[in-house]
Design a protein around this ligand. Structure first.
Ligand code: FES
Ligand code: FES
Length: 80
């Protein structure tokens, strides 16, 4: 249970609101991607907080392999 599940091979575009916190699912097991729904319970993962600095669309990583958590950095293109 040490490897994150690939929830999606493409990122999730989400309209975020300035000043609001969002909890990104790091384990890939959540049914409410890209956000945590508590499914990490029996794993070593915890969600990662993302606090929006401004309102607008943000691309959250769905593959959970990004180097810029919680945002997509294009790593999903090289998953094979
Ligand atoms: Fe994945 Fe919480 S469900 S981190
Ligand atoms: Fe994970 Fe793009 S969806 S790096």
């Amino acid at each position: 249970m040490n490897e994150a599940v690939i929830a999606s091979r493409t990122p999730f575009g989400v309209e975020v609101e300035e000043g609001k916190s969002y909890w990104w699912c790091r384990c890939g097991r959540s049914a409410k991607q890209p956000f945590c729904d508590g499914s990490h319970k029996d794993t070593s993962f915890t969600p990662l907080e993302y606090r929006a600095e401004k309102s607008g669309k943000v691309w959250f990583c769905g593959c959970k392999r990004t180097g810029k958590q919680p945002l997509c950095d294009g790593t999903h293109k090289h998953l094979g």
